[in-house]
Structures are given as structure tokens and as C-alpha cells.
Design a protein around this ligand. Structure first.
Ligand code: C2E
Ligand code: CA
Ligand code: CA
Length: 295
């Protein structure tokens, strides 16, 4: 118990004390319970993926989805990643979970491809945590999963947050280049939150920049907010990258992003994350209803 209190004192910034009390006891037992249930979830395959459409701004077409993790936990319904990912990270469960996510996404792309009469395959972006990326056999495991699923590596991409990409371990690892050579592309997730610069990230083999929702929220609100989004788009284009705006919820922001030349839009304005069947249906819906959105 003393150890738990000391751990919390460190987590809260050191140079302080914490008392082991009922609250701490129940936090610990809840986390322990989540951890145990999560271990079972991995074995019992309770983890599933939902797919959020990413709309191509110029045409209204949907050919890309982001795979988002959900836990279909018995007795709890669908649990969102915010409720269990920190326990998964803490207890190193994020590594087996991450590989399972990749297997699920690859199997889904394979199934969509098999079902597509005209051979169009939607592209799926998969989130990868820093810890998983730092796993020594990461590149090898990813290649094996892609090969086993009999999919083309270009059908999937990996999203790494800006903070992950700034980590020295990641920057100096050969995994990025090895996987790029294998045919997998990378996106910078949550761009704008990590205080890095695009000129630093330019040295990374990254093809897509995802502008974080916090910047999208500033769009049209203040002149500075609009200027920041405009310049990220311009600079990304100058560096040969495409841009996705995240968390777009209304028509005004869509219109502003169209004007600024943003390549893709993702957000509740178009669609939340969907089941695989609903995602496929959304893709085939009349794209004209999404073309020149907001205009
Ligand atoms: P993220 O990668 O930034 O994913 C986008 C999150 O924003 C998703 O939440 C999505 O549902 C939500 N979102 C999308 N459009 C809108 C919008 O218009 N408005 C608002 N308010 N939110 C929107 P979700 O699914 O709860 O995921 C949260 C985070 O959990 C993700 O953030 C990602 O960091 C992490 N995550 C999700 N799936 C995985 C996974 O398979 N592996 C790893 N390592 N992390 C994952
Ligand atoms: Ca993401
Ligand atoms: Ca994001």
C-alpha cells in the first residue's frame, strides 16, 4: 500500500506525499480488474474494430477508413478505447492488442477486396502506439501479418502520433524505413499537439499529416486559428504530403477546409465510426451527396 502511494506521488509530480486511502484502493482494484478482463479479452477475441470514413474533399469519394478499437466486453457493452488503453499501456498489453488490431484490419481489407466486384479496395489506417512501435520485432511482425492476410501492403497505413515520431527510439529505428520499403505508408496523427515542426518530420518517410481536432476547432473562429491550419496545409503540400483534417463536425468547417485545399476530411459531420457492413454501404452511397460539401 505504501508502494502504491509512493507511485502515485511520483506520477503526480514528485516532491509530495500521498496517503493510501479508500479512493486509491478502489482505483487500484478497478485497474487490476480491467487488466485481468483485458487479458481475457485478448484470448477470447473480444476486441473489435469500427471504421470511420475519410472523405476525399475534391470528389466526395470514400476510399479510406480509420480503424478504431472497441472492446465488446461481456456485461458492459461496447467499451471505448479511452477507458482501457492507459491500463493496456501500463501493463504492456498494448503490444499483443496492437498486433491483434493489425490482424483484424488486414482481415477486413481482405474481405472487402474479395467482395468488391470491380476490384476497388478501401484503404485502412491503423493506429500504432509508441510502445508497440518500439517493440524490437515490430517491422518483422507487421510484414508477417500483412503477408499472412494475403493483402497488398499499400492497402493499409500506420498512424503514429507526432509525439511518437519525436521519440529518439522511433526516429533512429530502422522500422519506419524498412516498412516503407515493404510498401506500407505512414501518417502523422494528432499533428499540432507535439510542438515539432514539419521540417523535422520531413526527414521521416511519412505521406499523410492529420491535423488535430484542437486546431480544426479554431478554424474560422480566429484569424490566427485559420492561418495555422492554412499554413500546415500549404507546407505539407510543399513537402509532398497529403492532409487529413480530424474531428470536423460542421458544414462551416468543411467549407473552410475545401477553400484551404485540405485533401481529406474525417469527422462526425460526415460519419462516426461504423461497423464493417455500414462502412461499406457508406462507401457505395451516392458520392455526389458529399461532393463539394458545404457549398
Ligand atoms: P485518434 O487516433 O485521434 O482517433 C480519433 C478519435 O476521434 C476517435 O475516438 C474518433 O471516434 C473521434 N472522432 C472522430 N470524429 C470526431 C468528431 O467529429 N468529433 C469528435 N469529438 N471526435 C471525433 P476513439 O475511437 O474514442 O479513439 C480515441 C483514441 O484512442 C484514438 O485517437 C487513438 O489515439 C486511440 N486508439 C483507437 N484505436 C486504437 C488502436 O487500435 N490502437 C491504438 N494504439 N490506439 C487506438
Ligand atoms: Ca488516429
Ligand atoms: Ca488523431
Amino acid at each position: 500500500q505504501a508502494d502504491s502511494a509512493a507511485y502515485r506521488a511520483k506520477a503526480r509530480g514528485r516532491n509530495r506525499y500521498e496517503v493510501f486511502d479508500e479512493e486509491l484502493r478502489s482505483t487500484i482494484s478497478r485497474r487490476l480488474e480491467t487488466e485481468q478482463a483485458l487479458r481475457r479479452a485478448i484470448d477470447e477475441r473480444e476486441l473489435i474494430l469500427a471504421y470511420q470514413p475519410i472523405v476525399e474533399t475534391a470528389t466526395g469519394r470514400v476510399r479510406r477508413f480509420e480503424a478504431l478499437l472497441r472492446w465488446d466486453r461481456p456485461g458492459h457493452g461496447i467499451v471505448m478505447p479511452g477507458e482501457f488503453l492507459d491500463v493496456a499501456e501500463d501493463r504492456d498489453l498494448i503490444i499483443p492488442i496492437g498486433y491483434q488490431v493489425l490482424e483484424l484490419a488486414c482481415a477486413q481489407v481482405r474481405a472487402w477486396r474479395n467482395a468488391a466486384p470491380d476490384g476497388t479496395t478501401p484503404h485502412v489506417a491503423v493506429n500504432v502506439s509508441a510502445r508497440q512501435f518500439a517493440h524490437p520485432d515490430f517491422a518483422e511482425r507487421v510484414e508477417a501479418i500483412v503477408n499472412d492476410a494475403h493483402i497488398d501492403p499499400s492497402w493499409i497505413s500506420l498512424e503514429l502520433t507526432e509525439t511518437t515520431l519525436m521519440d529518439d527510439m522511433v526516429a533512429t529505428s530502422s522500422a519506419l524505413r524498412r516498412l516503407r520499403d515493404f510498401g506500407i505508408s505512414f501518417a502523422i496523427d494528432d499533428f499540432g499537439t507535439g510542438f515539432s515542426s514539419l521540417s523535422y518530420l520531413r526527414r521521416m518517410p511519412v505521406s499523410v499529416v492529420k491535423i488535430d481536432r484542437s486546431f480544426v476547432l479554431e478554424l474560422g473562429e480566429t484569424q490566427a486559428g485559420t492561418a495555422i491550419v492554412a499554413s500546415v496545409i500549404q507546407l505539407a503540400h510543399a513537402l509532398g504530403m497529403r492532409v487529413v483534417a480530424e474531428g470536423v463536425e460542421n458544414a462551416e468547417r468543411v467549407a473552410a477546409l475545401v477553400t484551404l485545399g485540405c485533401d481529406y476530411i474525417q469527422g462526425f459531420y460526415f460519419a462516426p465510426s461504423l461497423t464493417p457492413a455500414a462502412a461499406l454501404q457508406y462507401m457505395h452511397e451516392d458520392q455526389r451527396s458529399r461532393a463539394r460539401p458545404g457549398l
